[in-house]
Design a protein around this ligand. Structure first.
Ligand code: R5P
Length: 338
């Protein structure tokens, strides 16, 4: 028994990912059993956003796709957030039986705790989403486990990109598997790095990262805990934003005698000067590649300019969970990783 007709809709910035999910779904079930429903995202002169769903979705099991991090879409993350809220509201008001949100990069995930007079915005977002009575929120490698606990009524489903990234790494860089050390760029990332190290039968090392909290995105100092001398290194992180963390880590690993370095991350945001830094590293043979997932959009030109950037298609993982939920089957095999 299924939850009924399966419809996928998307906000503007999530459209490419919704298309990719639909492609992957075709391999799991006949095309006539699901559909991509067109939406229109309109922006008023004062900046207000409206989403219009172009076809009836009454009684459907609806999955709304929005990608928060899309460097090639001119709208801000806050515009995308508002578009996401309005798409959910539109789906509810259009009589969808189940409304589920696909948001690979959970917005404001790095604000899940506070130091002094600060907000806990990751929790604020959760509260807002819960008010929309979503059946489920499906995300990827959520930055902080605490976020899971911010949801009390909607089902919060966190998928892991690791298996897909590991497959890519093993298929394309098998010659680095011997004498490999997996490095976590900070203490928070150690469980992730440990998982990779176990799967690759590799050593494990970590960085002690000290941030300058008087400013955003500033890394003060990194110190290596472990040994990488003469070894190939795979650095794994969830987010590469300004690249401040990675740049410091790569510099330090080279000083400590690392051989080839490959970076893997789930969300390759690569804002500001990050791309130029990586490009320099690549030209100077300090890194071999940066592996990211298509949960963050990069266009054709980007791939042409930066051959060191390698993309893992993560949409099939979302197609799998959508298919499984729609068929009311257990999802434990898909989510219980790490
Ligand atoms: C931090 O805890 C995260 O896992 C990333 O290391 C961090 O967000 C990366 O940011 P940036 O690239 O700006 O250093």
């Amino acid at each position: 028994m299924s939850r009924g007709k399966l419809s996928i809709i998307s906000c503007e910035a999530g459209k490419y990912f919704a298309d990719s999910i639909a492609e992957a779904l075709k391999k799991l079930r006949p095309e006539q059993e699901f559909r991509l429903v067109e939406t229109k995202e309109e922006t008023f002169a004062n900046g207000e956003i409206k989403i219009v769903i172009e076809k009836s979705i009454r009684g459907n099991d609806v999955y709304i796709v929005q990608c928060m991090e899309n460097p090639h879409n001119p709208k801000s993350i806050n515009d995308r957030l508002m578009a996401m809220f309005s798409a959910v509201d539109a789906a509810r008001r259009a009589g969808a039986a189940y409304v589920n949100l696909i948001v690979p990069c959970y917005p404001y995930a790095r604000q899940e705790k506070k130091k002094s007079r600060e907000p806990i915005t990751a929790s604020l977002i959760a509260n807002l989403l819960e008010h929309l009575s979503l059946n489920s929120i499906i995300t990827l490698d959520v930055h902080a486990d605490a976020i899971t606990g911010f949801f009390r009524t909607s089902d919060f489903i966190n998928l892991f990109a690791a298996d897909h990234i590991l497959d890519y790494f093993k298929n394309h860089y098998s010659n680095y598997l011997s004498e490999l050390v997996v490095v976590s760029p900070d203490t928070g990332g150690v469980p992730r790095a440990r998982f990779y190290a176990r799967k690759l039968n590799a050593g494990l090392a970590m960085m002690n990262k000290e941030r300058d909290y008087s400013a955003v995105n500033v890394v003060d100092k990194v110190t290596l805990i472990g040994d990488v001398s003469g070894k190939n290194v795979l650095i794994v992180d969830d987010i590469v934003d300004t690249g401040g963390t990675m740049i410091n880590v790569i510099d330090e690993l080279k000083k400590q005698g690392a051989k080839e370095i490959i970076v893997a991350c789930t969300f390759p945001l690569m804002n500001g000067d990050c791309i130029n830094h990586f490009h320099e590293f690549y030209k100077n043979q300090q890194i071999k590649a940066v592996i990211g997932t298509d949960s963050v959009y990069h266009n054709k030109k980007f791939f042409e300019l930066y051959p060191w950037y390698k993309e893992v298609n993560i949409a099939p993982l979302f197609a799998k969970i959508i298919n499984t939920i729609n068929l009311r089957m257990p999802i434990s095999d898909i989510v219980s990783k790490r």
